[in-house]
Write a protein that binds this ligand. Structure first.
Ligand code: GLT
Ligand code: MN
Ligand code: MN
Ligand code: MN
Length: 388
């Protein structure tokens, strides 16, 4: 039996805002007391996490004086040192304050856009001071309720200007952040720009320094849009753009639920963990989720333990899948190419084209072939259900 105890080398991280979530929702107030960031650092370290991530204002209140900021940051750094914790990712809160109600980088008001840049530059300074390597851009308010309010082309232009600006700031300061864009289709705006992974990948190609930018895909966000998160992550990996990942649980078509990792759709989460583990992805396994609103503090730590434990269980299931002779036999059969036809397809040459043109295909026989995916999927299910 495997040991599912999280260790530092597993690179599990949580946002301060995740375990620190007090359970507020649009219909009800907080149900839990706020937890001090230094206490979160201590608790997560004891649970086996590698680090904590933060927005500027998860740590430093938006109206703190410079002296207050320095005191808070010094205290927090001491806690990180005391408990052997890192801050691998930092980001800016560009959504909570009323100033951002029409967006931050895409607001119609140039003063708001300039303020968003100032706030982000300061938050980058903070992130760099804490040793963060990835800087996330979640454009939660970058969207509209009505397209009467702004031309979407203009919004993308403003978004691009701001990201280009910040890339130069990063270079000038020598921070060397990896910038990770986090897409989301809606909520809190009616429609958010760059709604899904594919949209963000396309947008990155239009930036001045596309090499600095990648993705921070979130399970819940692609799933809200009814998309296959594993495919989205695979596309980011394929493009060399998986800089970070937000893991959680979500039902299709609902509001942003941010449930405990693995709480919904075990099969998708299984293939997700398998993909991450086999792809050589070396980044953080970050949980952007929170405990159910029904929970007290003990429930919050049950939640955090559960995220990491489920990940490790699914990792072991992936190893089991790879070691299963019947599954591997089926996969082997599916991938055999005794006539070497794959080689003809791999790249164009006049002779390969000629040979393909001359091939005789028994279309009827090809169309009759069974692929045995029912058996393969059932075997996968049995591994997940623990009987295999
Ligand atoms: C917010 C959002 C998340 C983002 C965070 C980063 S904040 O909780 O719901 O998906 O990752 O800004
Ligand atoms: Mn979310
Ligand atoms: Mn959320
Ligand atoms: Mn997220």
């Amino acid at each position: 039996m495997s040991d599912y105890t999280p260790q530092k080398h597993h690179k599990f991280t949580f946002g301060l805002w995740t375990v620190g979530n007090v359970g507020r929702d649009p219909f009800g107030n907080a149900v839990r007391e706020p937890l001090a960031p230094t206490y979160i650092v201590k608790k997560l370290s004891e649970l086996g996490a590698y680090g904590v991530n933060l927005h500027d204002n998860d740590l430093v209140p938006i109206d703190a004086t410079a002296a207050e900021r320095d005191r808070i940051v010094a205290e927090f750094k001491k806690a990180l040192d005391d408990y052997g914790m890192r801050v691998p990712m930092a980001t800016t809160n560009l959504f909570y304050d009323p100033v951002f109600k029409d967006g931050a980088f895409t607001s119609n008001d140039p003063k708001v856009r300039a303020y968003a840049l100032q706030k982000t530059m300061r938050a980058m300074d903070l992130g760099a001071e804490l040793g963060a390597e990835v800087y996330v851009f979640w454009g939660g308010r970058e969207g509209v309720e009505t397209d009467a309010s702004k031309d979407p082309r203009e919004a993308l232009k403003r978004y691009r200007e701001c990201l280009n600006f910040l890339a130069e700031y990063d270079i000038e300061k020598g921070y060397n952040f990896k910038f990770a864009i986090e897409p989301k289709p809606n909520e809190p705006r009616g429609d958010i720009y760059l709604p899904v992974v594919g949209a963000a990948l396309g947008f990155i190609a239009t930036l001045n320094r596309p090499e600095k930018f990648g993705l921070n895909p979130e399970y819940a966000h692609e799933t809200m849009a009814g998309l296959n998160f594993v495919h989205a992550v695979a596309q980011a990996i394929d493009a060399g753009k998986l800089f970070h990942i937000d893991l959680n649980g979500q039902k299709i078509g609902r509001y942003d639920q941010d449930y405990r990792f693995g709480a919904e759709d075990l099969k998708t989460n299984f293939f997700l963990v398998k993909l991450l583990e086999e792809s050589g992805y070396e980044g953080m396994r970050h949980f952007d989720a929170h405990a159910y609103r029904t929970e007290d503090e003990e429930g919050v730590w049950d939640f955090a333990r559960g995220c990491m434990r489920t990940y490790l269980i699914l990792k072991e299931k992936a190893e089991r899948f790879n070691a299963d002779p019947e599954i591997q036999g089926l996969l082997h059969e599916l991938n055999t190419d005794s006539e070497g036809i794959g080689g003809l397809i791999r790249s164009y040459s006049p002779s390969n084209a000629q040979r393909i043109m001359e091939m005789q295909f028994d279309r009827a026989a090809l169309g009759k072939r069974g692929y045995a995916y029912e058996k393969l999927d059932q075997l996968t299910m049995e591994i997940l259900l623990g009987v295999r």
